[in-house]
Write a protein that binds this ligand. Sequence first.
Ligand code: HEM
Length: 194
Amino acid sequence: MERTGCDDAGAVFVWDLLVRILHWSLAAGFFGAYLTEDWETVHVWMGYAVLAIVGVRVVWGFIGTRHARFADFVYPPSVVRAYLKDVSRIRHRRYLGHNPAGGYMILALLAFVTLTGVTGLALYAAEDQAGPLAGWVATGWSEGLEEVHEFLANFTLFLVAIHVIGVVVESVMHKDNLVRAMWTGCKRRGDDGA
Ligand code: HEM
């Protein structure tokens, strides 16, 4: 059952336990894989873990608790444009769940982590004839795949940097501590009345 109470008066429960566990294990798995590029066995297992985490998160995005669902944070592009306009005038409203711009960043992070992982699997198959794609990818593709995989990993890292900057800026502007909220699940009650 979804927890509804938080210890602080005026705080409301937003991120369920699975969202929080998946978020911090995804962050650890992504950085772990990034830093173990030259340590193949560990790198490959980190890659499997990251793909599994994203898989579970996508399913949870359809069946999970209120703010975990894609339907809660994927807004029409017109709403995102209006939100970004308000951000540029420092007049944007506060959201209890992910804000409209943050929602698309989350989709981008999940997509690019997946693309990085899948090209990693293809590279593993081409180079070592190992992993679930073994036998499906020609050896001659190794060099090209290596470049694409590396580019995607670096691009994902760039997205993560923007993501973390967004979290810090949003925390300062709305006097929130979003990192703590992703740890405890609790946020100050928002002006969307939830
Ligand atoms: C130390 C680094 C990180 C910090 C401090 C951080 C912090 C956060 C915070 C505070 C949120 C909630 C944003 C909100 O309130 O709307 C969030 C969401 C999210 N972050 Fe991060 N993050 C970090 C690294 C990463 C990495 C490395 C990834 C992926 C590679 C990632 C992917 C996501 C995703 C997918 C969500 C959506 C959570 C969900 O709804 O499941 N984050 N992050």
